[in-house]
Design a protein around this ligand. Sequence first.
Ligand code: NAP
Length: 231
Amino acid sequence: MSNVDSRPIAILGGTGPAGMGLALRWARAGETVIIGSRDATRAQKAAEEIKEKAGDRAAVTGVENSAACAAANLLVLTVPFEGQATLLKQLKPAIRPGSILIDATVALAAGVGGRASRTIGVWQGSAAQQAAELAPKGVSVAAAFHNLSAELLNGDADIDCDVIVCSDDPSASQITRTLAAKIPGVRPIDGGKLENARILEQITALLIGLNIRHKGHGGIRITGLPPEAYR
Ligand SMILES: NC(=O)c1ccc[n+]([C@@H]2O[C@H](COP(=O)([O-])OP(=O)(O)OC[C@H]3O[C@@H](n4cnc5c(N)ncnc54)[C@H](OP(=O)(O)O)[C@@H]3O)[C@@H](O)[C@H]2O)c1
């Protein structure tokens, strides 16, 4: 499969388990990945770790978050909810017009001292809608990848999980679904408008609770749709 429009993918906050797992899977699929971090050295270290797993030919580099935004127009945001707004405000001048911002943030109560298996209310409706409010004009936001286990992403096996993508921009949704399909085992599904992201974010909290209760790595599968729905 060819690269996503030959665009590099910049993962902001890509030094954590979610960002590194996505980076690993996309590097293995032949994509060019830029790991973003608040600290360039940490980003470079994460990029080296990914290359060790994905192979020397993997195209992965690490830079500070704003340099990552300047170098790519396909951005994936994988930071804790409590850092999302501040980071987006800081990065606003660096985000290129026409970029696609894929948000995987979940507003977990753990970030404010509560349980990881609960979400907190977000004024805009969801973390993804908050990202859309804070992103520069002309940037399309898609919500995706919330329900994928980072632990599984960082492994080698196919992932038994569908990725539902929500966006108000059909083109951003399609590009995000193309990226999702590059993760072995994942089926992408168009989940409609960005406002549906609040449901995706709550499913993550449910999955965390199930994982604690049953000691596993739960995912979701949506059944009964025609084959064309899964692309
Ligand atoms: N873990 C999962 O299984 C999973 C699955 C799906 C979605 N998610 C969601 O994806 C996001 C990332 O998850 P994660 O487990 O990878 O999180 P994490 O390890 O807590 O954070 C990811 C990275 O975000 C950066 N960061 C942390 N606090 C920040 C702040 N206040 N401001 C700016 N950047 C900050 C850090 O990078 P630097 O210090 O290098 O800047 C950190 O390595 C979360 O919103 C989570 O709910 C997680």
